[in-house]
Design a protein around this ligand. Structure first.
Ligand code: GMT
Length: 370
């Protein structure tokens, strides 16, 4: 198949899912064209995927850059020049509308919903109606968790098929030798990785760490960057734990740091899925996370702990209990096996391929009202 894949290129999970899927499809012999404003960070080097940059012209008359129109134009040209047979967008806003504009129903569209495209931007009147219309016309809509699929039904009137995210267990693997770079031999290493948006509640992570550190010798690595990073570091300073917190802004090889952790922390207010937590499990690192969105669909008691959102005391207790458990080594092993077994990239690629085949054959649309 000749597939056009659309995503955001930055630190976000939807770009990671799209780039890795594009790469696996290309290795299966499909011609895959990846559209983004920059080369997505997680597209593997030497990938057979063909990257098509979306160039957004700036002009003083425009109040803001016209990304939607530029993307639609790039897709329309690629349909003519490369004979795209199907377009798969990741993150609905504004990708679903841009793809609809470019294709006008001539080739099938598949849209994958990831999180705030439904729960935050999706409910914004500025975007809701047109996005709902575009999703309802698509050949298929998928969501990365049951929870997100239910929210999408309410917000957009669609019935997405759930396809969970995959994790590359060859890349995300235990890396205990690296722990010495971040912690002393008698200290535990806690890690959080994200794009530091408000929804990730990185300040809560720092508060939890300060509580844990009162009981257990430990250090915290904050991996990644984004709008809340400075605030998180200022909280660490005000709680007097800044000496024990390392902030690593670059995330070229997150697996090297995550794989060195004893426990991974995710305190989000919402997660459509929570990809970084799954990556931690693949590294053999148990996860303590908030019971929100799609997280309870993959975080089971055999590989980590769930706590109520905002209950920082319970969060800290769960971390302390995990780190003090005589079972920690078993939990680590279980975490890796669990990720390998349930979130295998090839199985998940098969599921997307099935959706594409059905879409191309014009079978009953996946994701519309039955
Ligand atoms: O919805 C977002 O915040 C954007 C998106 C991204 O690009 O960062 O993240 C979402 O997609 C990931 C991949 O499917 C999920 O693992 C994240 O849980 C989800 N983020 C949120 O729902 C906050």
């Amino acid at each position: 198949m000749r597939i056009g894949m659309v995503c955001y290129p930055g630190l976000g999970g939807s770009g990671i899912v799209a780039s890795e899927l594009a790469d696996r499809l290309a290795h299966r012999g499909h011609r895959v064209f990846l559209f983004a404003t920059e080369l997505p960070m997680r597209l593997p080097e030497g990938s057979p995927v063909q990257f098509i940059p979306v160039e957004v012209p700036h002009y003083p008359v425009f109040p803001a850059p016209l990304y939607t129109l530029a993307l639609a134009g790039a897709l329309e040209r690629a349909i003519r020049e490369h004979g795209l047979e199907l377009i798969h967008t990741h993150y609905a806003i504004p990708h679903a509308v841009a793809a609809e504009l470019a294709t006008e129903g001539h080739i099938p569209l598949v849209h994958t919903l990831h999180g705030t495209d439904v729960t935050l931007l999706g409910i914004d009147p500025a975007y809701q109606t047109l996005t709902a219309k575009a999703l309802q016309k698509a050949a298929a809509v998928t969501a990365v968790s049951q929870n997100l699929a239910q929210q999408a039904q309410r917000t957009f009137g669609v019935h997405p098929r759930v396809i969970y995210n995959a994790v590359d267990t060859a890349r995300f693997r235990p890396n205990p030798q690296a722990k010495r770079f971040y912690a002393a031999p008698d200290e535990f290493l806690l890690v959080h990785a994200s794009n530091f948006r408000a929804v990730k509640r990185v300040g809560d992570i720092v508060h939890v760490f300060a509580k844990v550190r009162q009981k257990i010798k430990s250090r915290l690595v904050l991996l990644g960057s984004g709008p809340e990073r400075a605030e998180a570091l200022s909280i660490a300073h005000s709680l007097g734990v800044d000496d024990a917190v390392t902030s690593l802004a670059t995330a070229q090889n997150p697996e090297a740091v995550i794989g060195a952790a004893d426990v991974f922390l995710l305190a989000s207010e919402y997660e459509g899925f929570g990809q970084s937590g799954l990556e931690a499990l693949a590294c053999g690192v148990p996860v303590v996370a908030t019971r929100v969105g799609g997280i309870p669909e993959w975080l089971t008691p055999e590989v980590g702990r769930l706590v109520a959102f905002g209950d920082l005391e319970a969060f800290a207790q769960a971390v302390i209990e995990l780190l003090s458990s005589p079972n920690l080594a078993n939990l680590r092993e279980a975490a890796r096996h669990y990720a390998e077994k349930h979130f295998n990239p090839e199985t998940i690629t098969n599921q997307y391929e099935q959706v594409y085949h059905a879409a191309l054959q014009g079978n009953a649309p996946v994701g519309r009202e039955p």
